[in-house]
Design a protein around this ligand. Sequence first.
Ligand code: DAU
Length: 334
Amino acid sequence: MNILITGGCGFLGTNLVHFLAENRPEYHLTVFDLLTYAGTKSNIKRLISEKRVTFVHGDICEPGQVSSALDSGIDMVINLAAETHVDRSIMYPADFIRTNIYGVQVLAEQCRSRSISLLHMSTDEVYGSSDDDESFTEETLLQPSSPYSASKAAADLLLMAAHKTHGLDVMIIRPVNNMGPYQYPEKIIPLFIDRLSMGLPVPVYGDGMQIRTWLHTEDFCYAMELAIDNLVAGGIFNLSSKNEVRNIELVKKLVAMLEQSEDLIRFVDDRPGHDRKYSTDGSKFMNQYGWMPRFDFDKALKKTVDWYRANPDWLKKHHTKEFEEYCRKQYGSL
Ligand code: DAU
């Protein structure tokens, strides 16, 4: 099978490309990536030089670029190209509308006209915040809170419309928060590992009592492998785990693992529109594919921290001018 992975130099993309190259050598993998601030080509350098992956520099918003990439006999597109950071979506919403909505529409049209399957990555954030005892199913009303999650919800609706109207062979996955290697250090885990390793304070939004559900990228990749082999056309699936953890608990665990003092924890202004809790019911995917996450929260966090500690240069490489400017804008003089 010939698979085109858009966003294959980003966080989930890099993990998936490594996983598939290792576990499914019979697939031919092409990575299509614009290499924005969060995409790093050197993440997959070895695989490119060993000719196990073909790299194409391109933008999913450019029909001509997508079209010529698909003309190489692609059977399936996995769309991991997206603007993903909620805080940036509050600062620069237009970027999110462009890539996450318009770009997805371009992919849908290009895939449809060639009868190529599309496996699209959405998010649990499309449902908005859940109440204490509430767990969202795929039937739950979409009530996104941020420009990011609104753009992802819009893309989901466009894709389902393309499935109904034109028979687009599309499947949508809505995963919870992922942790693992190669995550750009604007997200809470790599950002805090980076700062704590340097003895710098870490900014916890609001009271830190928000809840997120976590998955290790290895579990994510294993789920994608199952989905690739048996795509359910028109199917929407939550990808979830039992790892529901309050932010403050996560932060205290990171502080302990990095042998720092809790004095470095700073409670700062809350994220506008901050969802208190994400909780999704993942039983539909589990029943369909017999998938279960293998990593509980503590094991996943330890494995993640170990990777960043073993790869300090990867984090350092991301201390760019752009990153420093973003941090100044988001965190002031913290
Ligand atoms: O739920 C899946 C989503 O997870 C993905 O769709 C998004 O692309 C991804 O960015 C992530 O969204 P979050 O907003 O949950 O991730 P983030 O790492 O930005 O924040 C996790 C939690 O930590 C959230 O409640 C906000 C809080 N936080 C985050 C940062 C960056 C802080 O308290 N301080 C921070 O500095």
